[in-house]
Ligand binder design. Structure first.
Ligand SMILES: O=c1ccn([C@H]2C[C@H](O)[C@@H](CO)O2)c(=O)[nH]1
Ligand SMILES: [Zn+2]
Length: 142
């Protein structure tokens, strides 16, 4: 979908993810990712992937965005946008990030953004069916 299909809030969310990508710290993969989350009060918080010489310590843009937002007092998320430089088919977030999104809102729309600024919308539930969420811990147990 074209960006002008969306309302101005989502356009801002998408633009924030694309702009954030410039700050990605990815000297090992050279794979830049920018993410943004839309909070219930309308604020937008961004993240980038942050890599490390100890490769396994690297973290994705999506989780940095969520963690930044939580650190700023937000836990009610209405959507997230993710921008990377892949020109081909849209790519969904990694499994770890899907799980972190599901913690807060399984129905949350994710706006996947390609370099030509076309957007695909998928929900967290579509990317991570049967997620283990906080509700699961309230289920009756033996
Ligand atoms: O959805 C994704 C997939 C990968 N990465 C990062 C992790 C690593 O820094 C680089 C290559 O995997 O891209 C993200 O930030 N988000
Ligand atoms: Zn990830």
């Amino acid at each position: 979908m074209n960006l002008d299909t969306f309302d101005t809030t989502i356009q801002s969310l998408v633009s924030a993810a694309v702009k954030a990508k410039d700050k990605a710290y990815c000297p090992y993969s050279n794979f830049r990712v920018g993410a943004s989350v839309l909070c219930a009060d309308g604020s937008i918080v961004t993240g980038v992937n942050v890599e490390n010489a100890s490769y396994g310590m690297s973290v994705c843009a999506e989780r940095v965005a969520i963690w930044n937002a939580v650190a700023q007092g937000h836990t009610d998320f209405k959507g997230a946008a993710i921008s990377c430089d892949i020109k081909g088919d849209f790519k969904g977030s990694c499994g770890a990030c899907r799980q972190v999104f599901a913690e807060f809102n399984e129905e949350m729309p994710l706006y996947l953004v390609k370099p030509d600024m076309t957007v695909k919308v998928v929900t967290v539930a579509e990317l991570l069916p049967m997620a283990f969420t906080p509700k699961c811990l309230q289920e009756e147990r033996i």
